[in-house]
Design a protein around this ligand. Structure first.
Ligand SMILES: NC(=O)c1ccc[n+]([C@@H]2O[C@H](COP(=O)([O-])OP(=O)(O)OC[C@H]3O[C@@H](n4cnc5c(N)ncnc54)[C@H](OP(=O)(O)O)[C@@H]3O)[C@@H](O)[C@H]2O)c1
Length: 316
């Protein structure tokens, strides 16, 4: 197993299982299967709607002696409705309770945007919260409280650009240790990558396969298919890997943790095995020049009367 090491010596397995989009009725079986294959890192969120099933699978695997809690790395995230300082710790505790856990290994602010309490996706102006109503610095203080209380061992962010990272870094007592972002050869985000590296912020790549199973609302007919990208299939053919393995091996070579989602036993195994595969310099060079594309544009956070703009969220 390959790991990313934190300053306190804790180690996050570099290949994890993404749990977004795993149907509720398959979540238990997929997680049990993943543990049998060797997965120890699970990426979760209350917005994925399967916390109870994922948690039950993890706990039963522990009870059956397949794995210990200490061997697992469980990440969860703070949803946009819980950004007010007083809401952060209760939200973390609610997710722990839903999953039947005592602590998370990593707790992330899911998005740098806020909505009203109890809202999942804001439908109108009233359901959004402007940044002044729930400042990210206050949300971060709540995250630091979670760390101090031991409900999570590490804290971080997701979908944060350099400006938002700087805001937290300037104000914080405990810096973010991870930034989880969409990352793959169409979206290498070199400036953000370099900033995170120089500030000792580790990165996790979501949608590392280009999210071919993403919901229709995130899809248009002209979207490129990353798994069919000729530069990727050439590397896969050259080394006798699958395109997915080439993409995951690329992430690992760049020291990213990768969290592909699969509900298929063979693909779970293929993805896990990618950590033993290597790309060479020629492969890496061939991926630098690819055209750029973002699959998760974040428009759901900047529409319906939202005070947020896409230019506030991403580096352009
Ligand atoms: N922080 C955030 O805002 C955020 C946003 C998006 C995602 N995430 C996290 O990142 C995880 C991964 O992202 P994602 O699920 O959108 O995208 P992804 O992992 O890039 O792609 C998943 C899709 O790829 C297919 N797949 C998996 N392995 C494959 C293989 N070896 N060959 C061919 N196809 C394969 C899966 O289908 P099968 O199931 O049929 O194999 C599924 O449809 C999520 O589950 C979630 O935990 C976080």
């Amino acid at each position: 197993m390959k790991y990313i090491k934190f300053s306190n010596g804790d180690e996050m397995p570099m290949i994890g299982l993404g749990t977004a989009g795993i149907p509720i009725d398959q979540s238990y079986d997929v997680v049990r299967e993943a543990i049998k294959i060797g997965y120890r890192h699970f990426d979760c969120s209350p917005i994925y709607k399967n916390e109870a099933e994922v948690g039950r699978a993890l706990n039963e695997a522990i009870k059956d002696g397949e794995v210990t809690r200490e061997e697992l790395w469980i990440t969860s995230k703070l949803w946009n409705s819980d950004h007010r300082y007083n809401d952060v710790e209760p939200a973390c505790e609610k997710s722990l309770e839903a999953m039947g856990l005592d602590y998370f290994d990593l707790y992330l602010i899911h998005w740098p945007v806020a909505v009203e309490r109890g809202i999942e996706w804001a439908q109108n102006e009233e359901e959004h919260l402007a940044e002044e109503e729930a400042p990210l610095e206050d949300t971060w203080t709540g995250m630091e409280d979670c760390l101090a209380e031991g409900t999570t061992k590490h804290i971080g962010v997701s979908n944060f650009n350099i400006n938002k990272l700087k805001l937290i870094l300037e104000e914080c007592m405990d810096p973010p240790e991870v930034n989880q972002c969409e990352w793959h050869p169409y979206l290498p985000q070199q400036t953000l990558y370099d900033f995170c590296k120089s500030n000792k912020i580790k990165m996790t790549a979501y949608a590392p396969l280009g999210s071919p199973g993403r919901p229709d609302e995130y899809r248009s007919a002209t979207d490129p298919d990353l798994l069919a990208e000729p530069a990727i299939t050439d590397i896969a053919n050259k080394h006798g890997m699958t395109p997915a393995q080439a993409l995951l091996a690329y992430g690992l070579t760049r020291k990213m943790a990768v969290i592909p989602r699969s509900t298929n036993t063979g693909r779970l195994q293929d993805n896990f095995d990618a950590q033993d595969l290597k790309l060479d310099r020629e492969d890496l060079r061939s991926l630098i020049v690819l055209s750029k594309f973002r699959y998760f544009k974040g428009e759901e956070h900047t529409s319906n009367g939202s005070p947020y703009k896409l230019t506030d969220i991403w580096e352009y």
